[in-house]
Design a protein around this ligand. Structure first.
Ligand SMILES: CC(C)(COP(=O)(O)OP(=O)(O)OC[C@H]1O[C@@H](n2cnc3c(N)ncnc32)[C@H](O)[C@@H]1OP(=O)(O)O)[C@@H](O)C(=O)NCCC(=O)NCCS
Length: 167
């Protein structure tokens, strides 16, 4: 494996969108209706990515293999920094790319003075939950959320001190 990581630029947005949409189609099918899966989900995400501007300190770390994007992490620069997307392309899951992305994202956050962060994960996405636990995430409370208009609980995961993480 010769995976590299780097910060995405605005020109990389379409490639990041492709990874995100392919991954969401792959994992969220059990949580939503066929109609939402085939239409609402891709329509919604295409619209979201068309508006992505990477402004105000938001950033995306991307993983590449021979020029192909194989994973993305989007960080929103909020008072508590928020990990908005964390996805590895489906065919490349469980091969260490997520860990590489986590390391690169934490390094970038610390460089920017961000020493804590959080995310939410759909209740039932057990593989991602196990991954975040393995990455030192602290399991938090459930919140009532929604997935492309379908009500769904999600669980908060926090990292309260990124300086102490040992990945
Ligand atoms: C969750 C995700 C980002 C993890 O990335 P990955 O490249 O698959 O994970 P890695 O191979 O780097 O795994 C690192 C560690 O996480 C844990 N882990 C990863 N996948 C796991 C799984 N399916 N079950 C249990 N533990 C898992 C293991 O401890 C693993 O360490 P090991 O390889 O030494 O056993 C990736 O699987 C993914 O994109 N999933 C679909 C999208 C998703 O659910 N994103 C989260 C939305 S909130």
């Amino acid at each position: 494996m010769n995976i590299t990581t780097r910060l995405a630029t605005q020109a990389d947005i379409p490639a990041c969108a492709d990874v995100h949409i392919e991954s969401c189609l792959d994992i969220y099918r059990p949580f939503i209706s066929a109609e939402v899966h085939t239409k609402t989900l891709p329509d919604n995400l295409n619209a979201v990515w068309a508006d992505e501007q990477l402004e105000n300190g938001d950033f995306i770390v991307m993983a590449e293999d021979a020029g192909n994007t194989v994973g993305i992490v989007t960080v929103r620069n909020q008072s508590t920094p928020y990990i908005d997307h964390f996805h590895v392309t489906p065919a490349r899951k469980s091969g260490g790319i997520g860990r590489l992305l986590m390391r690169a994202t934490v390094t970038e956050m610390l460089k920017r003075g961000m020493d804590h962060c959080y995310l939410d994960v759909a209740d039932g996405n057990d593989a991602a939950l196990a991954f975040y636990k393995a990455m030192g995430g602290e399991i938090g409370e459930f919140i009532e959320g929604d997935l492309f208009g379908t009500p769904l609980r999600a669980q908060i995961i926090r990292w309260s001190d990124l300086l102490k993480l040992n990945l």
